[in-house]
Design a protein around this ligand. Structure first.
Ligand code: SF4
Length: 188
């Protein structure tokens, strides 16, 4: 109680923040990158603590993260966002087994896998995110998407329920006409 923040490790500081956020018995905790900068052991401890608190207090956690490993471990539902827009929304299980949006494919492909060869080049999403001041007239991912076509550059795609409980915002993913993952090479 008498310690200053600089006297605590990163993991201890995270625990203090979690304890402070639980003091008022909230129904919802918004945890923005709660494990960034922590080593994997401390990360696992912090996630376990959050899960434990969630069960005990019957609260919900809105987790904001770039770490898909954390998502698989913690979440029931996932909303994938790109440049401020929701591009895909479904259950965690469904996203893991059946991702639909090209940006989600890019994210998943860029995760290193245990089965990868050590010399194998890690896949990346080419290009950079758009200038947010210039968005609103097209699909925000169109300057990086290997599947982009004319419509993508001229119209914002709506978020639509493509399969029961599975929402996606992509002009080229529609009923009766679906893109196949890997149908276009990422590096051309
Ligand atoms: S709308 Fe077009 S550019 Fe956007 S993700 Fe779908 S295919 Fe790619």
């Amino acid at each position: 109680m008498d310690s200053y923040p600089y006297e605590l490790s990163g993991g201890m500081c995270q625990r203090v923040i979690i304890a402070m956020s639980l003091c008022s018995n909230p129904k919802l905790i918004i945890a923005d990158e709660p494990t960034t900068a922590l080593d994997v052991t401390v990360q696992a401890q912090v996630l376990e603590l959050l899960k434990d608190m969630r069960e005990k207090n019957g609260m919900a956690i809105l987790l904001i993260t770039h770490n898909l490993g954390v998502v698989w471990q913690m979440c029931d539902s996932v909303m994938v966002m790109y440049a401020g827009k929701t591009v895909e929304y479904t259950s965690c299980r469904e996203l893991h087994h059946n991702p639909i949006h090209p940006y989600t494919w890019g994210l998943l492909d860029s995760m290193p896998k245990l089965s990868s060869n050590s010399g194998e080049e890690l896949a990346t999403i080419q290009g950079t995110p758009p200038d947010l001041r210039l968005t609103g007239t097209c699909c925000n991912f169109s300057n990086r998407c290997p599947y982009a076509e004319e419509l993508c550059r001229n119209q914002v795609p709506d978020l639509k329920e493509l399969e029961p409980g599975h929402f996606v915002a992509c002009h080229r993913q529609r009923e009766g006409s679906r893109l196949l993952r890997g149908g276009v090479k990422q590096h051309e």
